[in-house]
Design a protein. Structure first.
Length: 432
């Protein structure tokens, strides 16, 4: 049985292909490609051959290929650059199997773009936003936003190469970076219309300047950090950040979960890299924001009823450059029903709805998930342990009372912090 050939094509068209690839195209009975490549190579197809436009019809392509092969027709699929680099190659291989599919790559357009700017790309993170119009960025969006995954990459990578689209353009990405505080120390370069008569290289330019530019619809975007940059947030630990690093409401010594209690509470939450976390009664945001640093591939959903505290959370989030975090200003449990089921939940404040919250959370928790709560009063401790018993949950209590050294004259004494009960609970594994 003959196989379908998936051939990578660049924008220099037929002349940029090897002779063997040119012959495959010239002899094909069926040519499948997007509208742009069909137009680019329209003079190179044999007379009487059939061309099908796969733009918006990717799901139909495997059946087109199967039908043509069953009829002993020669089939080629034209893709841009390397079909296995954010292209159709892997999709066709998974649907047809390699016994029906031969992939013949060209160099990728990202390689061409990097060569134009003299940037080595072996350590780059390769991303694509070449899809549906994601819309302009808004602060703390849902993880389903089309630019969300790119922002997570920007947060953690040094060099990114991005396949863009006419709507999800470099200037839109730059505006997102400005909104999220990722401007200082970043550079952008854009290669427009590669291998065409209108080829144009833009940059390197700053993120601020990029946000005001207009770019050609066909481009590759490069983003990299300035190697001399020493960001404050990159020097902070994943968790256990100094209390003084957080903006917080200060009626006394600060409404914040203290570092020692915060570190133990995060440990009891048993977070993994992709955990979905709820933070109920966020306060200054310290627990949820540090959870977001630990679960960098997951997402934290936080709720805080006090607007002044919520403003502190927003300030802390931006300064720490936390991007996988959504804050709701409301009184729980209102506002949490639309959240995805959690792997871990922290309750720092219940707003008087402790029993209702605990029952709802235990019923929503994913298998193996942990609910961790902090209490400073005997009454709340008694209430929550009674509820946990009624729910048949596994639970334990740790009392923590830390003392910190404090200067006195030219010496130091130990100053006690308030004792805190840390309650950790989860559903019985065999419970419904």
């Amino acid at each position: 049985m003959d196989r379908c050939r998936v051939i990578g094509v660049l924008d220099n068209g037929f002349s940029g292909l090897a002779e063997s690839q040119q012959q495959l195209i010239a002899n094909a009975d069926l040519v499948i490609a997007g509208s742009r490549l069909l137009a680019l190579l329209s003079n190179n197809f044999k007379e009487g051959s059939e061309q099908r436009n796969m733009t918006g019809k990717f799901s139909q392509v495997p059946q087109w290929i199967d039908d043509a092969l069953d009829d002993s027709r020669s089939v080629i699929v034209l893709a841009t650059g390397d079909p296995l680099c954010h292209g159709i190659g892997s999709y066709l291989a998974s649907k047809l199997g390699m016994e029906k599919c031969e992939i013949i790559p060209n160099i990728s357009t990202l390689q061409v773009a990097c060569s134009r700017f003299g940037i080595a790309w072996q350590s780059a993170s390769i991303c694509s936003i070449h899809g549906a119009d994601a819309g302009e960025w808004v602060e703390e969006p849902d993880p389903e936003h089309g630019l969300y995954k790119l922002l997570q990459k920007i947060r953690g990578e040094q060099l990114l190469i991005v396949f863009t689209s006419s709507a999800n353009s470099p200037d839109r990405v730059a505006r997102m970076m400005l909104m999220e505080g990722f401007s200082n120390g970043w550079q952008m370069a854009v290669a427009e219309n590669l291998l065409q008569s209108g080829e144009n290289l833009v940059g390197p330019i700053s993120i601020e300047d990029s946000a005001e530019q207009k770019f050609s619809d066909m481009n590759i975007m490069l983003l990299w950090r300035d190697s001399s940059l020493d960001e404050e947030s990159s020097l902070l630990p994943l968790f256990g950040i100094e209390d003084s690093e957080y903006s917080q409401r200060r009626p006394d010594r600060g409404l914040i979960t203290k570092r020692e209690v915060r570190a133990l509470s995060l440990a009891r939450m048993q977070l993994s890299a992709d955990s979905v976390v709820w933070d109920i009664g966020a306060g200054s945001g310290s627990v949820g924001l540090e959870a977001a640093r630990v679960a960098s591939g997951g997402h934290v959903y936080a709720i805080e009823k006090n607007e002044a505290d919520a403003e502190n959370v927003r300030e802390n989030r931006k300064r720490l450059q936390i991007t996988n975090y959504t804050l709701v200003v409301d009184k729980a449990p209102s506002g949490i029903d639309g959240w995805p089921d959690p792997n871990a939940v922290f309750i720092g404040g219940s707003g008087g709805n402790l029993e209702l919250l605990v029952r709802k959370i235990l019923h929503r928790m994913r298998p193996g998930g942990w609910l961790v709560m902090n209490f400073v009063t005997l009454e709340n401790l008694a209430e929550v342990t009674a509820v946990l018993k009624q729910e048949g949950a596994e639970w334990d209590v740790t009392q923590m009372q830390a003392s910190r050294s404090s200067p006195i004259l030219e010496m130091h004494r130990m100053q006690a912090e308030n004792p805190v009960w840390i309650v950790s609970a989860r559903k019985q594994q065999n419970s419904k």
